[in-house]
Ligand binder design. Structure first.
Ligand code: DUC
Ligand code: ZN
Ligand code: ZN
Length: 487
């Protein structure tokens, strides 16, 4: 008797808990059974010798978005999510980016419309706040959080978008009241601006000096500052794109103190260094991102921090700009580093790079790979239990990997609209050959099989990661603050 729409037969199925050979049955886009010798289905996929992994969840990517510097990035929802799908990712969280003067409600409506037209993966939005007016804080933000947009992004640097400390506290207070996670680009603004001006005024203008203008201590200072805000208000935070050993250590210490801090790093901090920007002329612009890639010792410290759980998530921070006048060279071929857009494409390469390092080369385990790239981000951002795991009741978002397939990255092999690959020249072993989203095959035989607009918006409930610990700081505790009620 035919019971299921689809059975994926005989693959090695991986969760954060282990790997075992079994069948996966799918009905109406949802995983309905896991086991051996499951009955017949309308469709069967033979996964013998293959790995059956949850589709990746990429929780940090910039899509069809105006940057902090005011430049439109190169990808639409269609091109970015197409690229994600080819790389085995089935859910992305990008930004609904409020710029000053924008109504947050309109911003979210606009991004939702763009994604509804173009996305081929499922998607959610971080609410990017750069204009915390009373209307934003008292009306739009609470309503949007309660309606399922459960994460907020704030910047501590970039002139056009950064918030002052007291504005950060205002945003955190709203998040606390309504149940959202506050994610941050945390770098010290003054140090960066001062260093950049000093470098340029002395003629140090090439892309490699971008890295020097973001001293490692500016990450450490801003992490520490935001951690203390989190402690003061008992509001959970997520520190984006950790790049330094000392940054990871600051997070480890804070977590040891019982402060609810989560943290992310990205492939560029695990695989690139400052030397990658040291190219003739302006070519180093291709590797310019903020924070900048650091040293091999930092890479090792970040890997260790991921393994120990100090850092929980690896996202791409896909921020796509072409190496031409529409993107990196918008200020001309002789621009100084201050005039060059920051960011790298990474939606498609994130999973293969990590799989190769963690699984093929044996740095870690398949279980940990699944955790960092799918299960942990789904849980932290409130997408669990629908997303991020091969489990009964979860959406059938599945990537079937050939663990032996070798791929050499080149500049023209990706499916985004960027035109170069910052990891070109590297070889990886392990590739997602067949990708399903809610039970539908969206990538097979090197071809996209999904229509633009077939991705769905994922509204989220408040998750455990978003809840305060309940340990009030003394200044917020009426028992010791002379009875003041401040929450
Ligand atoms: N830095 C950011 O802060 N955002 C996008 C990409 C980058 O390099
Ligand atoms: Zn950032
Ligand atoms: Zn970013």
């Amino acid at each position: 008797m035919v019971e299921y729409d689809l059975v994926i037969k005989g693959g090695r199925v991986a969760t954060t808990e282990g790997v075992s050979t079994m069948d996966v049955a799918v009905q109406d886009g949802v995983i309905t059974a896991l086991g051996r010798n499951l009955p017949q289905a309308h469709h069967t996929i033979d996964a013998a010798e293959k790995l059956v992994l949850p589709g990746g969840v990429d929780a940090h990517c910039h899509i069809e978005q105006l940057s902090g510097g005011g430049l439109m990035n190169a990808d639409t929802f269609e091109t970015a999510t197409r690229s994600a799908a080819f790389g085995g990712t089935t859910t992305v969280i990008s930004f609904a980016a409020q710029h000053r003067g924008d109504s947050l409600r309109n911003v979210v409506e606009n991004y939702a419309r763009l994604a509804a037209d173009g996305a081929v993966t499922d998607y959610a939005f971080h609410l990017w706040i750069s204009d915390p007016t009373p209307e934003t804080l008292e009306r739009d933000l609470p309503e949007l959080i309660e309606s399922g947009h459960r994460s907020i992004k704030i910047f501590m640097t970039y002139d056009r978008v950064r918030l002052l400390d007291e504005q950060v506290l205002d945003v955190m207070m709203v998040a606390r009241k309504h149940g959202a996670l506050v994610c941050a680009h945390a770098e010290n603004h003054g140090m960066i601006k001062w260093m950049a001006d000093r470098l340029v005024s002395r003629g140090y203008v090439e892309p490699k000096f971008h890295g020097i203008s973001h001293p490692r201590v500016c990450e450490i200072e801003a992490f520490e500052r935001l951690i203390r805000f989190s402690q003061l208000l008992d509001q959970p935070i997520m520190l984006f794109h950790v790049s330094t050993a000392e940054g990871a250590a600051a997070i480890r210490r804070a977590r040891g103190e019982g402060i609810k801090v989560f943290a992310e790093t990205c492939p560029q901090y695990l695989f690139l260094t400052a030397q990658d920007l040291d190219r003739p002329g302006i070519e180093g612009a291709k590797w310019m991102c903020s924070p900048p890639p650091r040293t091999v010792a930092d890479q090792e410290a970040l890997w260790r921090a991921l393994e120990l759980g100090d850092l929980q998530v690896v996202s791409s921070d896909h921020a796509p700009y072409r190496f031409d006048e529409s993107g990196k060279l918008s200020a001309g071929p002789n621009a100084d580093f201050k005039q060059i857009a920051n960011g790298l494409p990474g939606l498609e390469t994130r999973l293969p790079l990590l799989f190769d390092a963690m699984v093929s080369q044996g740095r870690s385990s398949l279980e940990k790979f699944v955790e960092l790239t799918a299960t942990a981000p789904a849980k932290i951002y409130g997408l669990h239990p629908r997303k991020g795991a091969i489990a009964v009741g979860a959406d059938a978002d599945i990537a079937i990997w050939n663990p032996d397939r070798e791929v050499a990255f080149t500049d023209d092999g990706l499916h985004d609209n960027v035109g170069y690959n910052p990891f070109a020249g590297r070889k990886v072993r392990g590739w997602p050959e067949l990708v399903l989203r809610r039970g539908d095959v969206i990538v097979a035989d090197g071809e996209l099989r999904a229509q633009p607009g077939s991705g769905q918006l994922q509204l989220r409930g408040s998750s455990a990661s978003m809840r305060p610990t309940g340990r009030l700081s003394p200044e917020f505790d009426p028992a010791v603050n002379f009875g003041a009620h401040l929450l």
